[in-house]
Design a protein around this ligand. Sequence first.
Ligand code: CS2
Length: 440
Amino acid sequence: MRLSPETMLPASVGHPGYDRASQTAGIVHIGIGAFHRAHQAVYTDDAMSTGDRDWGIIGVSLRSGDVAKQLNPQGGLYTVATRSIAGSSLRVIGAVQKVLVAAEEPQAVIDAIAASETHIVSFTVTEKGYLRAAGGSLDFVAAKGSSSLYRFVGAALAARHAAGLPGLTLLSCDNLAHNGAVLRRLMREYLAAEYPDLTDWFDARCRCPATMIDRIVPATTDADRAAIEGELGVRDEGAVVTERFSQWVIEDDFAGPRPRWEAVGAELVADVAPYETAKLRMLNGAHSALAYIGLGAGHALVHEAIGDPAIRPVIEALMRDEAAPTIDAAPGQDLSAYADALLDRFANPALHHRLIQIAMDGSQKIPQRWLETLAWHQRRGARCPSIEAAIDAWIAFLRSGDHPIDDPLADRLRAAVAGPGARRALFGADGLLPYEWIAD
Ligand code: CS2
């Protein structure tokens, strides 16, 4: 038996506190992977449980039909399993109404975004999903391709404009520096080329707030699904597993209505940058270092790597001595307490977060995670031994052949590290990553 709206859930399992069937969809979310299901969809489900209405989510997968096959037969329902040393708890989320696969039904995606009930289009498409060319402008060849978010949003914005409908909030929830501004710039470049009549309307009527999103969500495994089935009594193909911690800081700059996410734990602020920078350089920076250093030392999981007495001090120094001083903290933001909390979160043995999952797409992640920190210190004549150790571990990872290299630049990375002078080939003035770190 599959999880469905008819399932009688065990009393210990949380469930939506609102009538799902009577909600319209106010959000279209592009890139409905595990992260969205354990983060934004949970806040939205909470907001509807506290009385907010009509914030159902239509999920979109740009390419793969996997999530649609997991969720659609379950009426959009799925379980979030929260795991810590204190134990596990289960909750069924009702915010997602259905999942569309853009590659199979592109017009349905455009229609959903163009619908008058839709106010927000949000994104978790990963760093590479923004289709940036070196230098930061839009890669037009990719942006005109079949799995480009810009094609769908552009066509839908044109339809809204033609129908006299209000603009939209485009909400990037990916780990990019200044994610809102990046999305605005790239979307605008796309519109200027493809729908030049729309740019003024886009500037006046659409908003792209910045967000800092944080929850550790390892890829769900078959063992996770089997354990959850044991507890639920039915099979849930869409289950996700996460930690207790969750944080969402959002720039309060919306084009129209939004859920009352602030009533359920999100922080709506004027300036997200200090939170975003701390998260990228401390959490994500440490994560990527753990991935490459940890894999090199023979570990498979994050909690094993942080438990290694030879690795932990490197990661602590990366966060406390290298990343933290570069951050202009907001009032009340305590970076030392943040580092303490991160060390505890990394050590969570109940999560089974695979290092190889974090190691993926290094070329897309490393600039905002390590290079900004390095540059800050370099300008002051200082070096970053931990980040440099992590860079050497990345180079060793790229050279070793022990693990598949899952990265859009895989071939070029392998070529760059093949000979001597790998640091320069990666980061020098003519290096692969557009960056001017003096690399020796
Ligand atoms: C991780 C992130 O896979 C990765 O690159 O660093 O997904 C990380 O777990 C999240 O950003 C935590 O909020």
